[in-house]
Design a protein around this ligand. Structure first.
Ligand code: AP5
Length: 241
């Protein structure tokens, strides 16, 4: 553990205030589901801050494993490069581990998981063991035709996960992160060709997950084609009801 005497007073006070604010928030366990580019990663940090949840994005975790060339990353790379899904066992393992983090104490946002019905069933089993359950599934419903422009125009700040778009959310200086001044990158799978196969995986393997949760009455449909602020407002309405 870091020596608290070495932490600047302002940082300590900010963290203390954050924890006080968080203590009055209800616990929430959320799933964000939608095709590539539908806005899950854009809305997640906003929900995370509002409800003090941890943000678990399997895509980000897998990309970190690929970059670090861990055994998991080596196994995942080929499927990810082709826009196919990584095996259920690999992703279930990383989610099971990640949900134990102290930052998930008040609940979590699952972004990009579960993506198959098997993953959804395994998640139910994991939560049942903890006496917990998912509260809401936010379905980022959107027409495929909009997604190519969103995906090919996306730029990312890798260490923070901040996302920009050349047209819809441009950085102040092209190619540079607004906060740190560091360079932005484009994801290897953010091409029109790989998007086709990612969308095919979504319709074939992930849409049945929406049906799985609809039958349990847990799905809230969002109009994900609207501008980001309007989507945020819809999310807030759903989560405060
Ligand atoms: P992953 O990283 O999860 O990618 P994805 O689901 O394809 O989702 P994206 O990150 O592309 O889209 P997003 O909805 O977050 O969009 P964003 O908000 O950035 O998965 C990658 C790969 O990992 C998979 O293909 C698979 O191989 C593997 N994988 C991951 N999880 C797995 C699992 N559970 N099982 C098996 N394999 C797994 O928005 C996109 C752009 O649009 C941005 O530039 C943004 O600024 C802009 N934008 C956002 N909202 C709006 C708006 N409302 N209006 C205009 N522009 C907007």
């Amino acid at each position: 553990m870091a020596n608290l005497e070495d932490v600047p007073s302002l940082d300590l006070m900010t963290e203390l205030l954050r924890r006080m604010k968080c203590s009055s928030k209800p616990d929430k366990r959320l799933i964000l589901i939608g095709p590539p580019g539908s806005g899950k990663g854009t809305q997640s940090p906003i929900i995370k801050d509002e409800y003090c949840l941890c943000h678990l994005a399997t895509g980000d975790m897998l990309r970190a494993a690929v970059a670090a060339k861990t055994p998991l990353g080596v196994k995942a790379k080929e499927a990810m490069d082709k826009g196919e899904l990584v095996s259920d066992d690999l992703v279930v393992g990383i989610i099971d581990e990640a949900m134990k983090k102290p930052s998930c104490q008040k609940g979590f946002i699952l972004d990009g998981f579960p993506r198959t019905v098997v993953q959804a069933q395994k998640l139910d089993e994991m939560l049942e063991k903890q006496g917990a359950k998912v509260d809401k599934v936010l379905n980022f419903a959107i027409n495929d035709a909009i997604l190519e422009e969103r995906i090919t125009g996306r730029w990312i700040h890798p260490s923070s996960g901040r996302t920009y778009h050349t047209k819809y959310a441009p950085p102040k200086v092209p190619g540079i992160d607004d906060v740190t001044g560091e360079p932005l990158i484009q994801r290897k799978d953010d091409t029109a060709a790989v998007l086709k196969s990612r969308l095919e995986s979504f319709h074939r393997q992930t849409e049945p997950v929406i049906d799985y949760y609809s039958k349990k009455g847990m799905v809230a449909d969002l109009h994900a084609e609207k501008p980001p602020k309007e989507v945020t407002a819809e999310v807030q309405t759903v989560l405060s009801s």
